[in-house]
Write a protein that binds this ligand. Structure first.
Ligand code: CP
Length: 304
């Protein structure tokens, strides 16, 4: 695994290896505290982030390594017109691994083609967010004890939500996983995801606009925010932004062992009243995100 641009590049065995390393880190973090001594991670974020950038940085520090941080395009020479390719060639002289987020789909791939060090996609436009997916998989694995035999509801902005596209691609490889895709008509999962993943692998899925109607079926509910930054027109965003707001009332018919996930940031789609419900896993998911990024850095740098 030199680079990680798309979750599809990882085999099921690769994912299992990352989960196994993550589980071992959870059990014995001290064992890993010096593994990256002398190594540097560069976080190149051309788009805002709290969790992904800071969890990558926390992960590298917890492995004993160091971090070079570029938190915005405005603070880099991208603001003067420098290309992604030249940036990647430059950073290859300073660091051992790059985590890159960019608003343009494919930008981390261009970086990977020009860097001499591993590049990890930390989110590219509305396309992919493979490290969030690895965090989601670890959360489901730890909470449910399995990644197969379950019904997953994905709810909200399934069109622009890049975490949704990567999660479907990852979970589709496990047996007896059924997807319930809950969204406004305008924000349905893109047809390429349905055609290339769900239909091609003959995976059971249902599309609906009605969250409450399907609630009793769900083992996992993956809520997402409506992605304001991807809309061309503010009027459409304002009309759709509160399409789904999960409240205690709406969980009345949910399973007692439902796991509620959200990649965060949350805007309005989960009422704060749910945060103390034992089924709410989204802040645990943040913690698992850091652990999974430690696992990924170890594997990419081959320092196991
Ligand atoms: N989940 C996620 O990608 O969060 P940030 O945008 O804060 O990194």
């Amino acid at each position: 695994m030199k680079h990680l641009i798309d979750i599809q590049e990882l085999s099921t065995n690769d994912i299992q290896e990352l989960l196994d390393i993550a589980e071992d880190i959870l059990k014995d973090p001290v064992k890993y505290s010096e593994k990256c001594r002398g190594k540097k991670l560069a976080t190149l974020f051309f788009e805002p982030s709290t969790r992904t950038r800071l969890s990558f940085e926390a992960a590298m520090y917890e492995l004993g390594g160091n971090v070079l941080s570029m938190a915005s395009a405005a603070s880099s020479s991208a603001a003067k017109g420098e290309s992604i390719a030249d940036t990647a060639k430059t950073i290859s002289n300073y660091a051992d691994i790059i985590a890159m987020r960019h608003p343009k789909e494919g930008a981390p791939l261009v970086a990977a083609m020009n860097a001499t060090i591993p590049v990890i996609n930390a989110g590219d436009g509305g396309h992919n967010h493979p490290t969030q997916t690895l965090a989601d998989l670890l959360t489901i694995y730890c909470e449910k004890g399995r990644l197969d035999n379950m019904t997953i509801g994905l709810c909200g902005d399934l069109k622009f939500g890049r975490t949704v596209h990567s999660l479907i691609a990852a979970m589709a490889r496990y047996s007896n996983v059924k997807f319930i895709l809950i969204s406004p008509v305008e924000l349905k999962v893109p047809s390429y995801v349905k055609k290339d993943i769900l239909q091609q692998k003959n995976i059971e899925y249902v599309q609906t606009t009605d969250l409450e109607a399907v609630m009793p079926e769900l083992d996992v509910l993956y809520m997402t925010r409506v992605q304001k930054e991807r809309f061309f027109n503010e009027e459409d965003y304002l009309r759709l932004k509160d399409s789904y707001i999960l409240t205690p009332e709406k969980l009345k018919n949910a399973k007692s062992d439902l796991s509620i996930l959200h990649p965060l940031p949350r805007v309005n789609e989960i009422a704060v009243a749910i945060d103390n419900d034992p089924r709410a896993c989204y802040f645990k998911q943040v913690y698992y995100g850091k652990i999974m990024r430690m696992s990924l850095i170890l594997k990419a740098l081959e320092v196991l």
